[in-house]
Write a protein that binds this ligand. Structure first.
Ligand code: PLP
Length: 422
């Protein structure tokens, strides 16, 4: 495989962009490939190599790349203008539609990214309760803002330390962490800080170390405990929204949070974020209330037009039902391969998400960290050379789009068998 152009681009990029990339996860070692175009399930790099894409921009591209209906929705909206700075017809229709699919989101606001959505949802929780502390799940990712860029110390109740330089220790101090799938640890933290915790923010299915799935009864237990301790529950459905079901994980598992954040798919591949929830909480957001949130690009018309066009297709063509079958084909196929080869690896996933864990199936972050991430990386590199682009880390979820047909999956499984065997 020739990668001369990507190497040249990497050399140039490193001089003007940290690590030669716009986001750290894209920094594939020793050299990222630089994409020149995308279509359907494929990406092409600057050297003309074609890859089957399971990263799918980390989730948004559920219909595959360059879907004609989304391209025409974008062009159609562009012909009517692409940024108004006023309320628009489109955002009213989009808000009503999302609220219908997510009944827990009685009111909502559009922002530009998932990061902004979680930042605002946490502010709403803090503003509404008058409390500063929040709980997050170890290994849960909610974007790159200060309150959530924090990892746990040695124990669940240990005060946290910042995960990034530049996060004030005073901010990190207010972020408590608990392991996923551990109701006892959650109860302990909730009991240790009575009247001080504004919210628990969590991905209902941990997408950023896995996927790691909730044990039976876990999400219901979380809801019960947060209610008992009068702590708001935020479901961060930036990944799971519109993928696990149209109404997200909360619909699939039947657990109703107080606040929800959405992103990725609902922008149709354009930047978007949404936060919303109980009316009594959202009525406290400015201009109705004193919790401030604002943004030049909030409710971006092109993002909303493409998000609504995506939703039209997901709904009318029952895409999620088909995608779930493709997801199962992929997971079953991979599981069969690792079993044939006699490896103690585990294929985990749900709906159209999957991952091969190079180790036991994890139930939380600490268990996921025990996987053999170096062997995963060696596998990732072999797959890349075979023209398959998996997510470049043991701790990222792989996604399937509607453009990945059975033939594409079979090609991938053949490559996986050969790369795992070697
Ligand atoms: C669960 C979750 N929340 C929030 C975010 C942040 O979203 P964005 O990258 O759009 O800022 C991500 C990003 O991957 C995510 O996976």
């Amino acid at each position: 495989m020739q990668i001369d152009s990507s190497i040249r681009l990497f050399d140039c990029a490193k001089k003007v962009m940290p690590g030669g990339v716009s986001s750290p996860v894209r920094a594939i070692s020793p050299c990222p490939f630089y994409t020149s175009r995308a279509e359907g399930p494929y990406l092409w790099d600057a050297d003309g190599n074609r890859y089957i894409d399971y990263c799918l921009a980390y989730g948004p591209m559920i219909l595959g790349h360059c879907h004609p209906a989304i391209a025409s929705a974008a062009a159609d909206q562009m012909s009517r203008g692409w940024l108004y700075g006023t309320p628009s017809l489109l955002e009213v229709a989009a808000a009503r539609r999302i609220s219908r699919l997510y009944p827990s989101m009685e009111m909502l606001r559009f922002v530009s990214t998932g990061t902004e959505a979680t930042m605002a949802a946490i502010r709403v929780a803090r503003g509404a309760t008058g409390r500063d502390k929040i709980i997050k799940i170890e290994g849960g990712f909610h974007g790159a803002h200060d309150s959530v860029l924090v990892k746990a110390g040695s124990g669940a109740t240990t005060l946290s330390i910042p995960d990034s330089k530049g996060v004030p220790v005073d901010t990190a101090r207010n972020t408590l962490q608990v392991p996923y799938n551990d109701l006892d640890a959650l109860e302990k933290v909730l009991s240790s800080y009575p009247g001080q915790i504004a919210c628990l923010i969590m991905e209902p299915v941990l997408g950023n170390i896995g996927p790691v799935l909730p044990l039976p009864g876990y999400l219901e237990g979380v809801r019960r405990l947060t209610k008992e301790h009068d702590v708001l529950l935020i479901f961060d459905e930036v990944i799971t929204g519109f993928r696990l079901s149209l109404g997200g994980a909360q619909e699939l598992f039947g657990v109703k949070p107080d606040l929800t954040t959405l992103g990725k798919i609902i922008g149709g591949g354009f930047p978007v974020g949404v936060f919303g929830g109980r009316r009594d909480l959202m009525e406290q957001v400015a201009p109705e209330g004193g919790i401030y949130q604002a943004g030049t690009f909030n409710g971006s018309p092109v993002s909303l037009a493409c998000g609504m066009a995506t939703l039209d297709i997901l709904e009318k063509e029952k895409v999620l039902d088909k995608l779930n079958l493709t997801g199962k084909q992929m997971r079953d196929g991979l599981q069969e391969i690792v079993a044939d080869l006699g490896y103690n690896y585990h294929v985990v996933g749900i709906a159209s998400m999957f991952k091969i864990f190079f180790g036991d199936e994890p139930q939380d972050y600490a268990q996921a960290l025990k996987c053999d991430k170096n062997s995963y990386l060696a596998f990732f590199r072999r797959m890349l050379r075979a023209g398959i682009f998996l997510t470049p880390s043991q701790y990222e979820t792989d996604f399937i789009s509607a453009a990945h047909n059975s033939q594409v999956i079979e090609t991938t499984l053949e490559a996986a068998r050969s790369c795992l065997k070697n």
